[in-house]
Design a protein. Structure first.
Length: 373
């Protein structure tokens, strides 16, 4: 169904008619000019992020449902990184003419899955036209007791540096997706060249054969065998609210925390800059999955570079007092990777051979346009 058949308000009503608030802080959700929220004696945490097609995501290899799940989890991750609990999200979409009502329903299905997992209410949003591809803005609202909020600026000398999960896997998942996309578009380009040549030669028999070949190209299946974990890490990240529960149960309060969106090196530098400190991180302690290691070897890429600078892991990076060493050491899915030092000592990686290298943050590539069949 065309979106214009429903109109903006009809579309919003169709997408949100079954949404029922579950948080006591949500007084009024979808259905009025604004949501009404009440956090009483809690501090309110607010984070907003913009996602642009061709920059933050590529619809060549992610469907609308997975995309919605991913962006919602990213938004929630920002609240978890403040040691808070996400409660509401507001979602606004810029839509091109190619999108149907069914596409947006798939998007909201993914959104609901992510929100249901962490008991988050969808309380509003907007839709508008876009001439530059799909645009998504998500504002996530959360709560935390004043004494529980963890900033990037709280790290102290001798604090332990910890990370959750493993690093570099989302980045290597992206490399696999980009490789398979390149294979597909190479086939498309070769097909287009053959069609052009047949048209120039007015070869009808060749054109008919190429029409059958086109069907095979459109049925292209990427090769993800043995790399499913990496693909999931890229397309379906999980916000690590479970780690906050573990820390609370163990009586541990992080001194500084951030989620890993731009790579371990970049996030460490953010903590060091805000906390006016330095750090030492041990290469041998950085957690890396075996699929990540195998894929780095396949792509002839440096494993540590992928873990330090790959990004999009959405794991938590945090510091704790050295006295919590034994508690942290007993926890699953948390690894101690280094310690905080004086600011004058700088930020360094200790390689496996004992040499020190200054931590450097690298940029993130922008997806280029590809030919169409």
């Amino acid at each position: 169904m065309e979106i214009k058949e429903l109109g903006e308000f009809g579309l919003i009503d169709r997408l949100t008619k079954n949404i029922q608030p579950i948080n006591s802080s949500t007084i009024v959700g979808v259905g009025d000019d604004a949501a009404v929220l009440n956090y009483s004696n809690k501090e309110t945490l607010v984070s907003s992020q913009m996602f642009m097609e061709g920059v933050q995501f590529d619809l060549t290899y992610i469907d609308m449902e997975h995309l919605a799940y991913k962006v919602a989890m990213i938004a929630m991750s920002n609240i978890f990184a403040m040691n808070g609990q996400p409660r509401q999200i507001i979602v606004s979409l810029g839509l091109g003419k190619r999108f149907k009502v069914e596409d947006i329903e798939q998007f909201y299905a993914g959104l609901n899955k992510a929100c249901t997992k962490w008991n988050v209410d969808i309380v509003g949003g907007d839709t508008t036209s876009s001439y530059t591809g799909l645009a998504i803005n998500i504002t996530c609202i959360g709560e935390a007791a004043k004494e529980d909020i963890t900033y990037r600026s709280g790290a102290n000398e001798t604090d332990l540096i910890c990370v959750t999960g493993d690093l570099g896997s989302a980045y290597m998942g992206l490399q696999i997706l980009e490789r398979e996309k390149s294979v597909y578009y190479q086939q498309v380009q070769e097909y287009n060249n053959k069609v052009k040549e047949a048209q120039n030669n007015k070869d009808e028999r060749r054109l008919e054969a190429l029409r059958q070949e086109r069907a095979a190209i459109e049925d292209f299946q990427p090769d993800f065998a043995g790399k499913e974990y990496l693909i999931d890490r890229q397309l379906k990240p999980e916000a690590r609210g479970d780690i906050l529960n573990q820390l609370r149960e163990a009586g541990i309060h992080p001194t500084a925390m951030i989620d890993i969106s731009d790579g371990l090196a970049s996030e460490l530098k953010h903590i060091c800059e805000k906390s006016h400190c330095g750090c030492r991180v041990y290469e041998k302690n950085i957690p890396i999955d075996y699929q990540t290691a195998a894929t780095c070897e396949e792509f002839n890429m440096n494993l540590t570079t992928a873990a330090l600078n790959g990004g999009e892991d959405y794991e938590l990076l945090f510091t704790v007092p050295i006295g919590d060493h034994e508690k942290i050491d007993k926890m699953e899915n948390i690894r101690q990777i280094g310690y905080i030092t004086k600011e004058s000592l700088g930020s360094f990686l200790i390689a496996r051979d004992g040499n020190e290298f200054e931590l450097k943050a690298q940029g993130w590539p922008i997806t280029k346009e590809q030919p169409t069949c």
